[in-house]
Design a protein around this ligand. Structure first.
Ligand SMILES: Cc1cc2nc3c(=O)[nH]c(=O)nc-3n(C[C@H](O)[C@H](O)[C@H](O)COP(=O)(O)OP(=O)(O)OC[C@H]3O[C@@H](n4cnc5c(N)ncnc54)[C@H](O)[C@@H]3O)c2cc1C
Length: 805
């Protein structure tokens, strides 16, 4: 057996095989896959082999499209068959919300190059005749849907990889992974030890156990899953005689997916009465095994399916497949460099290996070979969860995800399982004030504050929700007096040391401020993509505080550690520093009442250390609301005393607490972009206008400089623009197509309702050549074309007098 390799991939399921192939495709041939049994010996061999592009996350949907198109390429390269059946598929909608979701998906597909279409009940009957369309409003038809042979496909990936120089070692159990001091790994197997520069965990059903060998907890859990194959069905037999195949049918109401198998049908369920598997860990004795049939568990689902697909009821059951496969808490894969563990990569938690495996392999290979992926991978990045995640959190979330697999995913939905998980000292106090909670990176965050009689649960919806009145009230309180909002949900980092300034100058594209000042700065990847949108506060010569997105903490900190240098110390203090922001015309008066310092001399973007009430605080003058505002940071132990001081001082000024819904409305008044909407690794600084914060005059070779300079030399092809939309009751959420002269020319990044201006606002990309014309466009929201006009000046305080004054 080979004893050294550049990459050791542990696990020969469809995902490990895809990673192996993609590494060779990108030019790494000294790569090795280690499989304890035969290839496909985990979930892969018994999968139903279905594939589809539909995914609530746009980037995941695009990667699913890539995966599906890849199969032809694999067949061509290897001469092997993947057993492809590109039969197309319909996803049914039996109520308006489900139909709204399909309309929103269809709209996104227009600029993703996916040829889906909305069809009505009569067409559904023609396309998928086993379906009884009673009560069905419509469906999304996707010609790319289909199914394949799971084993044949995995072996095709393996053959293509071997052709690219890869090695595959089967019947070789990995028993331990130990890191050497130089960051390389000893992979101890039953056949001897392999010295590898990188390790990839593609252990599928055993990913938890493989991770534990390196001391890593992977937040995933296996669930039992069952599908049934019937005897011949006359309608299918007749279609086959005419040379036709029945397409897939996804019936979210019945939580089922159905397809043709031979001359019969195959139907699987995501039942509410689901069961987690191997809670204490996956046994090494489990192999190419199935679980005992369990019809009781899916009894209600079968009853429903018999009504939707009456042919099923008349066909005998030929085969039952009941097996386990793994899910992460949000159902998306766990991919990428494991934070804090050098040269250890994740390719696990892939619950739809035949829809997603190709995209996962491509992204991971790009990350390893090229240092970054070609598109934003946050939805599948293993760093979207932090150290706070535990098996006690993962299990209920995975069950929730399984049960909601076919539910409508609403843009404003807050899922309840495993909550509250992490709370600040304000939790009970805010709850008593009517806080309606959201959830970010494990933390409870107030979305809005309900008054007596107002809904304490925000009904999930694609349209304006019942949080509308409360949000309007909070926005008006900020703009007309003063609002207070908790600052916990910022990622915060302390950067200290003699080389702190040099390091920041290299890592950040923007200006590094002088002591007592604050600056905004984009953080760029080598290719010039936006990987952060930071506030840098200089507290002293060698002491800085950085703030950015709370949810991207593990993502940012991983980057910082990867680029750490001697002479600089970087600490993630996100949960060691908390506080409040106060914003609105009376904010200064409130602050003046609780500190002895003269805050009237505090200029916009100043930062000071102040005693506020009795708390030692870092106070900086800026606010994402775009109003006169102060961010006041303190130790969590002081948070309640700080609250009482500010709240008491705020009463004469009508102080009102506000939540994230109001915050997102307020920032729209100023067209401020939001992290992961306008600012994400999918976009560049010049495209989004963040290039105005790049300090090209500094003498430092900051990361991404060459790419940003090249982009600045030629205008980017698209630019971010703000629109006023003639919306009715549904505002832009993100990824709606922008139409101009009967063609899709761009898409929205985010939007919402400006309660201050009482207008519906959208931010989105237009081709740069069209921006100056300020064209009137149409934005497709839930299937309706809405007129939209370009806005060239912010709705609130366009000259920044209040913000800076
Ligand atoms: C009933 C059922 C139906 C399904 N239907 C579909 C479908 O229609 N479409 C779809 O896309 N997905 C489907 N899936 C899900 C699909 O099976 C998985 O997404 C996919 O198989 C995951 O592949 P994997 O490579 O990540 O993991 P696995 O297939 O579990 O592979 C992991 C491999 O790692 C090996 N391994 C583990 N530990 C070690 C070690 N220490 N040393 C060496 N080797 C090790 C194992 O032996 C195994 O071969 C279905 C799943 C089930 C249960």
């Amino acid at each position: 057996m080979q004893t050294t390799t550049r990459v050791a991939i542990i696990g020969g399921g469809v995902v490990g095989a895809s990673v192996l192939y993609h590494l060779t495709k990108l030019g790494w041939s000294d790569v090795m896959l280690i499989e304890r049994s035969e290839l496909t010996s985990g979930s892969t061999w018994h999968a139903a082999g279905g594939f589809h592009t539909l995914n609530g996350d746009t980037n995941m949907a695009a990667l699913q499209g890539y995966t599906i198109r890849l199969y032809k390429e694999l067949e061509e390269i290897t001469g092997m068959s993947c057993g492809l059946h590109h039969v197309g598929g319909v996803t049914l909608a039996d109520n308006q919300d489900r139909f709204d979701m399909l309309l929103a998906e269809r709209a996104k597909h227009r600029f993703m190059g996916l040829e889906t279409e909305i069809v009505g009940p009569e067409e559904i009957k023609k396309i998928a005749p086993v379906t009884k369309v009673d009560g069905i409003i419509g469906a999304l038809y996707d010609p790319l849907d289909g199914h394949l042979d799971p084993s044949g496909t995995t072996h095709a990936y393996a053959k293509a990889a071997r052709m690219g120089g890869a090695t595959i070692e089967t019947h070789c159990m990995v028993r331990a992974t130990t890191q050497r001091t130089d960051g390389t790994w000893d992979v101890v197997t039953g056949k001897g030890t392999i010295h590898a520069e990188h390790v990839v965990n593609a252990g599928g059903l055993w990913a938890r156990e493989v991770g534990a060998m390196a001391g890593i907890y992977f937040p995933l859990h296996p669930m039992e899953h069952q599908y049934i194959v019937t005897e011949d069905v006359p309608l299918i037999r007749d279609m086959a005689q005419d040379g036709k195949e029945h397409p897939h049918v996804m019936d979210p109401a019945g939580e089922s997916y159905l397809r043709q198998e031979g001359r019969g049908l195959c139907i699987g369920f995501y039942e509410q009465t689901c069961r987690p598997w191997a809670v204490e860990g996956t046994s090494w004795d489990f192999g190419q095994d199935l679980l005992p049939d369990d019809f009781d568990k899916i009894e209600q689902s079968i009853e429903f399916a018999y009504k939707r697909f009456p042919d099923l009821a008349r066909a005998g059951v030929k085969n039952v497949i009941h097996g386990p496969f793994t899910f992460a808490p949000d159902g998306n894969p766990l991919v990428g460099p494991v934070p804090g563990v050098r040269n250890y990569w994740s390719a696990c938690g892939v619950m739809a290996g035949f829809s997603q495996g190709g995209g996962v392999g491509l992204m991971l290979a790009q990350w390893m070979v090229e240092g970054e992926t070609e598109r934003d991978t946050m939805a599948m990045d293993v760093a979207r969860f932090g150290d706070w995640i535990t098996p006690g959190y993962t299990l209920p979330k995975v069950i929730e995800n399984y049960q909601k697999r076919f539910s409508v995913a609403y843009p404003n939905e807050e899922l309840p399982a495993a909550r509250p998980h992490r709370t600040t000292p304000m939790y009970d106090l805010f709850s008593n004030m009517g806080a309606v909670w959201g959830h970010q990176f494990g933390l409870e965050v107030p979305n809005y504050f309900a008054k007596t009689g107002e809904p304490t649960y925000e009904t999930p919806s694609f349209r304006r929700s019942d949080a509308f009145d409360a949000t309007a009230r909070e926005v008006k309180a900020v703009r007309g007096g003063v609002g207070i909002n908790e600052l916990q949900n910022f990622g915060k980092y302390r950067v200290t040391g003699p080389k702190a300034r040099d390091w920041l100058n290299r890592i950040m594209a923007g200006r590094v401020p002088s002591p007592g000042r604050v600056a905004l700065s984009p953080m760029l990847s080598e290719k010039g993509r936006l990987i952060g949108d930071f506030t840098i506060s200089c507290l002293a010569d060698e002491h800085f505080q950085l703030t950015a997105s709370y949810g991207s903490q593990a993502f940012h900190f991983r980057w910082f550690l990867q680029h750490q240098e001697m002479g600089v110390t970087i600490c993630n203090i996100s949960d060691q520093r908390t506080g409040f922001q106060i914003a609105g015309p009376n904010a200064r008066n409130v602050l003046a009442a609780v500190t002895r310092d003269d805050v009237t001399t505090m200029k916009f973007l100043d930062v000071r250390r102040l005693t506020v009430g009795s708390a030692d605080c870092i106070v900086q003058r800026l606010s994402y609301t775009g109003d006169l505002g102060f961010e006041i940071y303190c130790d969590p132990m002081d948070q309640r005393s700080l609250w009482h001081s500010l709240w008491q001082a705020g009463q004469p000024h009508g102080m009102t607490p506000f939540g994230m819904r109001a915050m997102m409305s307020l920032r729209l008044d100023k067209f401020f972009g939001s992290w992961m909407a306008e600012f994400s690794p999918d976009y560049t600084a010049a495209e989004t206008g963040l290039d105005r914060f790049i300090h090209f005059k500094k003498n430092d070779a900051f990361i991404g400089r060459a790419a940003a300079e090249a982009e600045n030399a030629e205008a980017p092809a698209r630019k971010l623009v703000a629109f006023e939309v003639d919306a009715e009751d549904a505002d832009v959420q993100g990824y709606e197509p922008i139409w101009l002269e009967d063609a899709v020319v761009g898409f929205c990044t985010s939007g919402g309702y400006s309660h201050y201006a009482e207008k519906s606002i959208a931010l989105g990309f237009l081709p740069t050549v069209r921006v100056d014309e300020k064209p009137d466009v149409l934005i497709e929201i839930l299937g309706k074309m809405r007129a939209a006009t370009v806005l060239d000046q912010p709705l609130f305080d366009p000259e920044g007098k209040r913000m800076r004054g």
